[in-house]
Design a protein around this ligand. Structure first.
Ligand code: E4P
Length: 217
């Protein structure tokens, strides 16, 4: 399973990258705002650091303008994935940009029917938003499961990029379902290492070690 960091925080990306955890990065306009930086500069810095795809999102809403923005974003680096929203215009932009050889991530996917359209429009990635569905009492993981099934039924090569991940169990469930990629905030990836029994066991080992009076170094 591939891990993308869902952030534009350069320091957090650098730490995960050095640990060998990162296969890519996803950004969006809200994450760029949070970073406080300029979209081109921040995206270029991320692309220089990370080998895998780095999603940069268009903000136009009309197809031709999305395509123009997508081309401009793609010029930042070879590993840009142009992110377009799952609207009718976004599907037009997806088709044109993918025909031109650009990798496209179709974002803001909230139904299996939308995901089917994105695959047919040539998307490299489809991004179903788990957490935002859970927020309105729907089942985000069920959407990931449905998309996996539909793509497998017909052999679509569009990768399922599970997004809007809020918890460690979202990551585990996506791995069980067979999502190709998860994109998660760095804090969630870090939280995956934590277990109360690990902490308890370590405390007991250290207490016993203290009693031996020995030193390793
Ligand atoms: C995906 O690419 C989005 O950037 C992201 O996962 C949105 O997550 P949120 O719902 O936590 O904002």
């Amino acid at each position: 399973m591939k891990f993308f960091a869902d952030t534009a925080d350069i320091d957090a990306i650098a730490e995960l990258n050095e640990l060998g955890m990162l296969d890519g990065v996803t950004t969006n306009p809200s994450l760029i705002l949070k970073s406080g930086g300029n979209i081109v500069e921040v995206t270029k810095a991320i692309c220089d650091m990370v080998d895998g795809p780095v999603s940069a999102e268009v903000v136009a809403t009309e197809a031709d303008a999305m395509i123009a923005e997508g081309r401009k974003l793609a010029a930042i680096a070879d590993n840009i994935a142009v992110k377009v929203p799952l609207t009718w215009d976004g599907l037009h932009a997806c088709r044109t940009l993918s025909n031109d050889g650009f990798l496209v991530n179709v974002t803001l996917c909230f139904s299996a029917a939308q995901a089917l359209l994105a695959a047919k429009a040539g998307a490299g990635f489809i991004s179903p938003f788990i957490g935002r569905l859970d927020d309105i009492n729907l089942d985000g993981l069920e959407l990931v499961r449905d998309i996996r099934q539909i793509y497998d039924n017909y052999g679509y090569e569009t990768e399922v990029l599970a997004a809007s991940i809020r918890s460690v169990s979202h990551v585990t469930e996506c791995a069980l379902i067979g999502a190709d990629v998860i994109t998660a905030p760095p804090a969630v990836i870090r939280q995956m290492a934590a277990h109360p029994l690990t902490d308890k066991g370590l405390a007991a080992f250290l207490a016993d070690w203290e009693k031996t009076g020995q030193k390793i170094l």
